[in-house]
Design a protein around this ligand. Structure first.
Ligand SMILES: Nc1ncnc2c1ncn2[C@@H]1O[C@H](COP(=O)(O)OP(=O)(O)OP(=O)(O)O)[C@@H](O)[C@H]1O
Ligand SMILES: [Mg+2]
Length: 312
């Protein structure tokens, strides 16, 4: 009896295993089928262990963004530069045949919420490669030597794969530093500059800052291109509304709505659109109205002002 039951167990477990294998195979086939429709190749590079700080905290995060350039509203100049850079990256080998390299170190400068991080994501997405975001909070330590070591680890790691590397808020350690208290930061930024200078890879390195103009000239010189970001103009707000509201039925006077939004950043306008969407859902309205947008814009501008954020 015992023998019999252990035999049944064995059969059951063998069947179970077969079943699982079949399930795995089905899942694999499904993934492969889905993969055929993917624009981007799977990137084994994302499997490489990320560099750690001396305290064993990850120095970077790796992601595969899904933001497309079409979702962004940028100035014509910035768009044109972004497209040229994409083109150069896509044709690296053609450039190399003539001893040329693509522009690969970019500084994106402008106020908060105007699409700098989104641009880094869209570039990675368009190139079909992952985005490696440097975690400055983990990189910067109170010891210069340690910070330098962290930066070195990141740059070394970034050379092992093909991806976009982004350093957000680079001004944290690269602003104008006349203040004697900032002597330490000055040395840190010197280290970063040196490492950027020596960074010998065609990988796109994207640094972002909210204080472009206050960065010192030594910083600017290290970049192949500086892209300037601004709050959207009224006609850009027209486009932004189209993009942000496209999932919802809306009947708005764009002239009036965009006038109420002038002075806000893209991110703030997105927040207004989300307010309007939530309201229309909860009110059971057929469409988003001009008043929904204008009311939220007025309320948000007032709140931002109260919170001490300057609005144009
Ligand atoms: N130019 C833009 N076009 C469309 N959407 C935008 C744009 N800029 C910002 N957004 C929206 O606002 C959000 C925040 O944008 P993002 O993180 O790119 O801003 P940022 O410029 O990097 O700001 P910060 O300087 O604070 O890091 C994004 O998720 C995006 O949805
Ligand atoms: Mg950002």
């Amino acid at each position: 009896m015992d023998e019999e039951s252990s035999l049944t167990d064995a059969v059951r477990s063998a069947l179970h295993e077969r079943h699982q294998q079949a399930g795995n195979l089905a899942a694999q086939l499904e993934r492969a089928a889905a993969g055929r429709g993917r624009r981007r190749p799977l990137t084994v590079n994302t499997l490489a262990p990320v560099p750690l700080s001396d305290e064993e905290v990850p120095l970077v995060t790796v992601s595969e963004p899904s933001t497309s350039l079409d979702d962004l509203v940028l100035t014509a100049h910035t768009f044109a530069a972004v497209r040229e850079i994409l083109n150069e990256q896509r044709h690296r080998s053609r450039l190399a045949a003539y001893g040329l390299r693509p522009r690969s170190k970019l500084l994106l400068a402008g106020p908060s919420g105007t699409g700098k991080t989104r641009t880094a994501e869209a570039l990675a997405y368009s190139l079909g490669i992952p985005l490696v975001r440097v975690r400055l909070s983990a990189v910067i330590s109170s010891y210069l030597g340690q910070t330098a070591r962290h930066l070195e680890r990141i740059l070394e790691y970034s050379q092992t794969g093909n991806w976009v590397v982004s350093f957000d808020e680079i001004d944290m350690f690269a602003g104008e530093r006349e203040d004697a208290d900032h002597g330490e930061m000055r040395r840190v930024s010197t280290v970063l500059l040196q490492q950027l200078e020596e960074y010998n890879s065609d990988n796109l390195v994207i640094a972002t800052t909210n204080h472009g103009l206050s960065l010192d000239s030594a910083m600017w010189r290290r970049f192949d291109e500086v892209l300037v970001y601004r709050h959207p103009t009224q006609s850009q707000i027209f486009n932004l509304l189209e993009i942000k509201l496209r999932r919802f039925r809306h009947r708005i006077n764009r002239e009036q709505a965009s006038r109420a939004l002038v002075g806000m950043s893209h991110a703030e306008i997105e927040a207004v659109c989300l307010d309007a969407m939530r309201k229309s859902v909860l009110d059971g309205a057929k469409a988003i109205s001009t008043a929904d947008i204008v009311d939220s814009a007025v309320a948000r501008k007032r709140r931002y002002k109260e919170a001490g954020k300057s609005q144009g």
